[in-house]
Design a protein around this ligand. Structure first.
Ligand SMILES: [Zn+2]
Ligand SMILES: [Zn+2]
Length: 558
């Protein structure tokens, strides 16, 4: 029985509800906040020069000491990568499975912030008091081992977060999504609100079992016996690595890791007993030496075409450790995540140009998604039978598709709430309020060191990249306002200056005329002169070339 007037519970969505990436939510009760994931997003191609994208932490920073912990659903960077930035401002313990914490630790350690947190491992089925909540950690199957759904026992009933999950009845480690435990919670206490992974809500049917990939790999290794095989997959996809290694070893090959994160993760997963490769069958690429190429299987990073990855360097013939041979076979056991298609296809092109044969997910079943498709999402809905439903982890269209599924599965129409980043859900004794756009939740761009790059800077970069820049320098007399030097026109990317001297001279002349004849031509207001310069140069450039470069007026007093 809940008390007569229970504390309300507020969920603030800071990321992941409009994009695949930067998943982060804050759950608050009685003045204490526990975070649910804190991830990054990889930039789109049009985010020029951006390394990664964070949730906007402005609101969280204002909460300060209220943040008492962070629960990690699993070890992917779109759920953990933001901690290396947030921990600069806030300090709190982090909870997750041992593997999740091991994967998350890398970035935090690189940022020198390990001292600002405590990593607290939790185990399958454990129920732990964290801040104001009792949180239950429910095993789920995903494309990284040891992920969790979490059941948050709050003063407003149970909130179930699915985590990233699929329902795979034959996963590599036979650690199944624990539907029985979810069913028991649904039966005993009931689930007030379900937050569920929407990544594949647009896809009909059922995702393939991870073990089906194992047989495809086995067949490929059989088909390509006698040739060197180079494979690539996510470095955190331990089960995929296991299946590649199994196939390789059954054809008497030695496995060689290539790329730093592959080497690190393989070592960690073996230490934890999650990856089984015998010592005498495992090498690093540096130690392969003169092993017969037909007896080696390389497992490389770079499955997403990341420009500096081992595989991209190999494709560009710039990899110091390995070069391609005519007879090589490359197996890309992955699928490009949205935004990476162009990079991936560039890498494939380079590999093919070098004479290698490339097997990718368009050619053979060498990849299975780690996210539930419609039939699996329906299964979870039917077992959890939530009173309220909010789709999470997806672009807007995924969230809307998932909301439709929930309604079809019997969740009352007005109990299905599609939220976006910056929205809040307030759970009260009487219903759930959906408040829209209450906290800042725009993109925080990271270029080198955090911050300093906003939407305005990105817009400038886009103009510079697409249209170039025209700088117009003019000096005016500090007392009379008359032009005493210039205008001088300098450009990069508008026209090729050595061949466009006339045009550039004409532009300078047009600016001189406009400045000399400006209304109040004897004023020394630099801002006013700059406006005239920008307007005139802009008009001239557009009229003569139909281009719109960035115009930068530089007005000096002399
Ligand atoms: Zn994931
Ligand atoms: Zn995810």
């Amino acid at each position: 029985m809940r008390p007569v007037v229970a504390d309300k519970v507020t969920i603030t969505f800071l990321g992941g509800l409009n994009e695949i990436g930067r998943n982060c939510a804050a759950i608050e009760q009685g003045g204490q906040i526990v975070l649910l994931d804190c991830g990054i997003m990889f930039p789109d191609l049009d985010m020029l020069g951006i390394d990664l994208v964070l949730p906007d932490f402005t609101w969280l920073r204002e909460q300060g000491d209220k943040v008492v912990g962070c629960v990690l659903s699993h070890g992917h960077e779109d759920h953990t990568g933001g901690l290396a930035f947030l921990l600069r401002d806030l300090s709190f313990p982090i909870y997750g499975s041992a593997l999740t914490l091991g994967l998350a630790k890398n970035r935090i350690e690189e940022a020198g912030l390990l001292k600002r947190t405590e990593l607290i491992p939790v185990t399958d089925g454990e129920r732990k008091k964290i801040g104001p909540f009792e949180i239950e950690f429910i095993p789920v199957t995903h494309s990284v081992p040891h992920g969790f759904a979490t059941a948050w026992h709050t003063s407003q009933g149970v909130i179930l977060h699915s985590g990233d999950f699929k329902i795979d009845l034959t996963p590599v480690d036979m650690r199944l999504t624990d539907l029985a435990l979810i069913g028991a919670i649904a039966k005993d206490e009931g689930i007030r609100l379900l937050l569920s992974d929407s990544t594949n809500a647009d896809e009909h049917g059922h995702s393939h079992s991870e073990t089906t990939i194992g047989s495809t790999l086995y067949n490929l290794f059989h088909q390509y016996e006698g040739r060197r095989i180079i494979t690539t997959c996510f470095a955190s996809h331990i089960h995929r690595i296991q299946q590649i290694a199994d196939a390789a070893i059954s054809f008497d090959r030695t496995v060689a890791t290539m790329g730093l994160s592959m080497k690190k993760n393989v070592r960690m997963a073996r230490e934890m007993g999650l990856l089984k490769i015998p010592d005498n069958k495992l090498l690093d690429i540096d130690d392969v030496g003169d092993l017969d190429p037909a007896k080696v299987c390389v497992i490389s990073t770079g499955s997403q075409g990341e420009p500096m990855s081992a595989l991209a360097l190999l494709a560009a013939n710039e990899n110091r450790r390995l070069s391609l041979h005519e007879n090589d076979v490359i197996i890309m056991s992955s699928h490009p995540i949205p935004g990476n298609e162009a990079n991936v296809s560039k890498v494939i092109d380079g590999l093919v140009r070098a004479g290698a044969e490339v097997v990718h997910s368009g050619i053979a079943e060498v990849h299975a998604s780690g996210h539930a498709k419609q039939e699996e999402l329906k299964t979870l809905l039917s077992i959890a039978r939530p009173d309220y439903f909010t789709p999470v982890h997806g672009e807007y269209r995924h969230l809307v598709s998932h909301a439709k599924l929930a309604r079809r599965m019997g969740v009352t129409d007005e109990h299905v709430q599609v939220c976006e980043d910056g929205d809040q859900l307030v759970l009260k004794d009487k219903g759930i309020d959906h408040k829209q756009k209450v906290v800042p939740a725009g993109y925080l761009y990271v270029d080198g060191v955090v911050g300093g790059v906003g939407d305005a800077v990105l817009r400038d970069r886009k103009v510079l990249a697409e249209e170039g820049v025209v700088v117009v320098i003019v000096a005016i007399d500090a007392t009379t306002g008359a032009v005493i030097n210039g205008p001088e026109v300098i450009t990069r990317g508008w026209v090729y200056a050595p061949e466009a001297e006339d045009l550039i001279d004409q532009c300078a002349e047009a600016v001189r005329e406009a400045v000399e004849n400006r209304p109040g031509h004897d004023t020394t207001d630099i801002e006013a002169v700059a406006r005239v310069v920008r307007k005139t140069a802009g008009k001239f450039v557009s009229a003569h070339t139909k281009r719109r470069p960035m115009i930068v007026p530089v007005v000096m007093e002399a």
